[in-house]
Design a protein around this ligand. Structure first.
Ligand code: AMP
Length: 285
């Protein structure tokens, strides 16, 4: 497994050689502290025909707000590299901040998709998705992947990247990878390590609520807004602070008040604080 961290010229030469050899380059961007969710991305890249696998590990400062957990974010590079080696990854790109954001480039470009960026998670995390799109763009330009994979857990991020790729005519195929969960239903996340044992148990109730809303949809005369309201109240009453729990269209996250399965496809999305930890999850209906 090759590891590149401080110089992109040899990295680019390796990628050029793979392109020349007609390899299919699959890419999974991550912030490290890898768990089974991340490793499933690697496996799914292979299933989707990638012949060379690249994983990036970069805690991107631009996607953290001033009061967020950039400094605290778990960094476990040695262990991450061992896991990736076992998974048969070909190349890891773990750049220094200075490589991704060189100080001699003074005026930074931003990529905007204002309506969707300021919605859902963007309400409480202004600037977050600008940071995400900026870094994904840089990584795509350096690594030139044929396929890039993103987890469904960050579904709004996926739709924003899909829009960026379409709008900017970027030559990369995107894959959405299913959410990997603990046995109790909690979606795996690096931020779960901030939770106490008790809160980790409690956090699984987020998924229980999503499943309950889905179950209610199958019942006669069920009212989706009422059942969403009930689950928000239930979660808030046991210690969560729900930021949003909403039904949206699957395709482009449009607001919808009615569930009409014959007409459209839908997704339920939630973000909630539990103590100081912010958790997100979703369920495709
Ligand atoms: P992160 O390191 O949190 O930035 O995540 C890197 C990639 O892994 C993103 O595409 C995430 O959506 C994906 N990911 C994170 N958690 C999971 C999970 N539980 N299941 C599947 N993919 C995940």
């Amino acid at each position: 497994m090759q590891i590149f961290s401080d110089n992109i010229d040899p990295l680019r030469a390796q990628i050029a050689q793979w392109k020349n050899d007609r390899d299919i380059i699959g890419f999974a961007p991550t912030m490290g502290n890898l768990h089974d969710g991340h490793l499933s991305l690697v496996r799914n890249l292979k299933k989707n025909g990638a012949t060379k696998i690249i994983v990036s590990i970069f805690v991107n400062p631009r996607q953290f707000g001033p009061t967020e957990d950039f400094n605290q974010y778990p960094r476990t590079l040695k262990n991450d590299l061992e896991l990736l080696e076992k998974e048969g990854v070909d190349l890891v790109f773990c750049p220094d901040v200075n490589l991704m954001y060189p100080s001699h480039i003074s005026s930074e470009i931003t990529i905007n998709n204002p309506k969707l960026m300021n919605d859902l998670c963007g309400v409480k995390r202004p600037g977050h998705f600008n940071g995400v799109l900026l870094v994904v763009n840089k990584l795509f330009n350096i690594l030139r992947p044929d396929i890039a994979i993103f987890g469904q857990k960050d579904y709004q991020q996926f739709i924003l990247i899909k829009n960026m790729v379409a709008n900017l005519f970027m030559e990369v195929n995107l894959i959405l990878s299913p959410i990997i969960r603990e046995n109790n239903g909690l979606a795996l996340s690096s931020r779960n390590s901030y939770l106490s044992y008790e809160n980790k148990m409690l956090a699984s109730k987020i998924y229980t609520s999503l499943l309950k809303i889905k179950d209610n949809l199958c019942k006669k005369n069920s009212d989706i807004s009422q059942s969403i309201r009930r689950e928000i109240d239930r979660l808030n009453s046991i210690g969560f602070e729900v930021e949003y729990l909403e039904l949206r269209t699957l395709n482009n996250l449009e607001i919808c008040n009615e569930y009409q399965p014959g007409k459209d496809k839908y997704i339920l999305l939630i973000a909630s604080k539990l103590g100081r930890t912010r958790l997100i999850d979703n369920l495709i209906l």
